[in-house]
Structure formats: structure tokens, C-alpha cells
Design a protein around this ligand. Structure first.
Ligand SMILES: Cc1cc2nc3c(=O)[nH]c(=O)nc-3n(C[C@H](O)[C@H](O)[C@H](O)COP(=O)(O)O)c2cc1C
Length: 246
């Protein structure tokens, strides 16, 4: 290589490097300011099977959230007995806590206060979510709705065959009465199977779970960006509460 050729090659290489760094700078502008740091999604498994089908679905969502840098925790309701809400209104005087302090509900409310998003999972029982999940959520939301408000939520259900969308509708109603954005996926958030092994064969179900994880991460990052930019949840009107007799 002669001196002239050497100089041309060197200049081309330098130009290439500066072009590369310009591209890198440009790419950085499109990266999210936060990669999910310090964000947490609280998940509840409403099945008595700790490592069953619902857990398999929730784990697939969690895997993607973790890849996005978002922490996850799966709370297992297990096989314990859960009292239903008795409508005693004691929670109104208990600063957002349920009067029954002997099970997981108050600890769920405490964890919800610290969480940024929620995924509630359940097996389908007679075309609805499990009774234990509903008993827990009725009490957690009646006593501690503020802990969940304005945070995104998603329902996940597992069924052998049918009743999934009816069950999803029931879970979504906790979100839609409580100012919570509902996170969806590329199909309704359901997997099919009677065993975890069968769920693992439900390729579309698992894909739906992964897309749900991506969409939940996106929702959380958007909300975070909005807050950082000074856009906070809107003030709510209150005062009018009319029963049908008025
Ligand atoms: C009491 C009961 C009712 C059920 N009802 C339905 C149903 O309505 N539709 C359905 O497809 N599967 C039904 N199943 C099957 C479960 O929904 C299914 O096996 C689910 O994937 C189990 O999830 P898990 O392993 O997380 O408990 C029912 C199971 C039980 C125990």
C-alpha cells in the first residue's frame, strides 16, 4: 500500500468510526430512560396447585418481565381457607386494612402499595375464577383499593377447555372499577391444559403470556416516563354516590 492509499484508508476508517458513533448516539435516544429499574409486578396464583397450570402461565409472563429488568413476585394462595368479605365496613376505620388479620389479605395490600403492576391468575372453575381468588380480591380491593389504583393490571386464566373469557371478565372487573389500565395481549390471556406439561404444549397460550409480559413492561415504562415528565394520575371527582332508589 502506498502512502496516498494509506491516508485514504485511514480517513475512511475514521469516518466510519464517527458514523458508527453517530448511529450509536441516535440509537441511545430511542432507548427507554429506565430499563424497568426498581419496578415490581405482583402476581397472585389463585390455584391450590402451587406449581400447576396457572403457575406455568404466570411464570412465562414473569420470565419476560424479568428480562425487561422488572422484578416479579408470585404469591401463592395455596390450599388454605380464605374468608369472604362480610361487608362489615370495619376497613373504613382501619386505614385500608381488612378486619380479618389472620390470613394473607393484609399482607397483599401492603405488597400492593409497593408494587407497580399486577397479574392475577386463576384456574377456571365452572367458567369463573377460583373462589379463593375472588374471596381474597374482594377483601383486598374493598379494604385497600388505593394500593392498586392507577396501576396496570392483567388477568391470566388456565382451563382444560372452556369458560376462559368469562373468568377473565370477572378478574378484569377489579381493575375497571378501580381506575386501573387493563393490559392485554395478542389473544385473550389464557392457557389450556389440565397439567403443567399440557400447558407447555399450548404454544399459542405461552406466546400470549410472553406478549402479555412485553405489554405489561411497556405499560409500566410509559407510566414511569409520564410521571418523570410531570404527568400524574388525574384528580378524581367524588361526592356523588347515588343508589338506584335516588
Ligand atoms: C372444581 C373445578 C372446576 C373446573 N371447571 C372447569 C371449567 O369450567 N372449564 C375448564 O375448562 N376446566 C375446568 N377445570 C379444570 C381446570 O380449570 C384446569 O385443569 C386448570 O388448568 C387447572 O389449573 P391449576 O393447575 O393452576 O390449578 C375445573 C377444575 C376444577 C377442580
Amino acid at each position: 500500500m502506498n502512502r496516498r492509499q494509506f491516508l485514504i484508508n485511514t480517513l475512511l476508517a475514521m469516518g466510519g468510526i464517527s458514523l458508527l458513533s453517530a448511529c450509536e448516539e441516535q440509537n441511545k435516544k430511542h432507548l427507554p430512560a429506565r430499563k424497568g429499574a426498581n419496578m415490581k409486578v405482583l402476581m397472585i396464583n389463585g390455584s391450590g396447585h402451587e406449581k400447576g397450570c396457572t403457575y406455568t402461565a404466570l411464570s412465562e409472563v414473569a420470565k419476560v418481565l424479568n428480562q425487561e429488568g422488572i422484578e416479579t413476585e408470585i404469591i401463592q394462595l395455596g390450599t388454605g381457607a380464605y374468608r369472604d368479605c362480610i361487608g362489615c365496613q370495619a376497613c373504613r376505620k382501619l386505614n385500608g386494612r381488612c378486619v380479618f388479620n389472620d390470613d394473607i389479605v393484609n399482607s397483599i395490600i401492603e405488597k400492593a402499595e409497593q408494587a407497580d403492576g399486577f397479574v392475577f391468575g386463576s384456574p377456571v372453575y365452572y367458567a369463573h375464577p377460583s373462589g379463593r381468588l375472588l374471596s381474597v380480591l374482594d377483601r383486598a380491593f374493598y379494604a385497600g383499593s388505593a394500593a392498586f389504583a392507577f396501576k396496570p393490571g392483567a388477568a391470566v386464566v388456565s382451563a382444560r377447555r372452556a369458560g376462559t373469557t368469562a373468568a377473565i371478565d370477572v378478574i378484569n372487573k377489579y381493575f375497571t372499577i378501580n381506575k386501573m389500565p387493563v393490559v392485554s395481549s395478542s389473544y385473550w390471556n389464557e392457557v389450556h391444559g389440565n397439567t403443567p406439561e399440557e400447558v407447555l404444549q399450548d404454544k399459542e397460550g405461552l406466546q400470549t403470556m410472553r406478549n402479555l409480559g412485553k405489554n405489561m413492561a411497556w405499560a409500566l415504562k410509559m407510566i414511569d416516563e409520564a410521571k418523570n415528565g410531570g404527568l400524574n394520575p388525574p384528580e378524581q371527582e367524588s361526592g356523588s354516590r347515588t343508589n338506584f332508589i335516588r
